[in-house]
Design a protein. Sequence first.
Length: 346
Amino acid sequence: MPPHSTRRALLAAGTLLLSLHVFPLGALAEDAPKLETTTIRYQSSTGADISPLELADALGYLKPITLERVGDVQGGPANLQAAATGQTDIASAFNGAVLNIVAAGAPLVAVVSWRGTNELTSPGLYALDNGQINNARDLIGKKVGVNTLGANQEAVTDLYLAKNGLTQDEIKQVTFVPLPTPNVEQTLRNGQISAASLGFTFRDAALARGGIKALARNVDLLGTYNDNTGVLRADFIAKNPNTTKHLVAGLAKAIAWSQEREKANKRGDVVEVYTKYLESKGRGNQTAPLKYWQSLGIETEGGWIKKQDFAMWVEWLNSRGEVDANALNLAKVYTNDFNPYWKGQD
């Protein structure tokens, strides 16, 4: 190569290296939208189940978002109240409870399914296997233990009682007793309540110990369905659209990953990831029940929300006389706009 050609080649190469130094390759591509906030406040559940939010964090799908755990919460309604009042940024709860608080004026929007009911996960109503409580009518005048009032367990028990011929007056004679989730089984065995709603890992642990029987299972009454959603405040979404999109996408990706592991019969992978995460957060005392974990129960890929997930609870809410659920515009209660797995389904 002639000397002048060599000099031109070296000059061109030097110019290219300088440009790459000043403008890295990443800068040549379109910059990702800047997140308005990178800290998300939440409350963890006292129940022994896997949280999609913490699972997404464990898998690294939320980065650069970091989670700030501000304590534990007992039950979805209390979780919703914390989000509605700005104590937390995200919460999850039974879809009927979400409808209830939105109908009452809370500025919350459901953005992703959080949990579901199927053959593997279905909660149910259980009694001691001693012949004293055998059917719905035996519960008149008795106490039923639930994790919180006004949530999924109470709603499905109401449905069970009504389907088995109890009138509204008779149903009102069944007393629901809110109990810390870890204490429900023992309270039943002690005879302090006549029946208990048990779900997920607590259900399987109780069944493994024996001496109890199912009066009804959610899946037998309602089939498979998404029963819980994650919610954000409307003003949070408006002020933080990029963060919202990134957060929901990370949640959806974690849900899809778990669903893939479940289908491949590799649920142990999910438990292992989540167990290590809890241990890294100093919460190793919460890992023992996870050996019974089988599924998130979510029936839609990536947890996109179906209209029916909310519509199925309108009649129950109306029967309680607390809200006029028929006046609700369900399209304003939830959105799938931030979930990349949603393809326009209803």
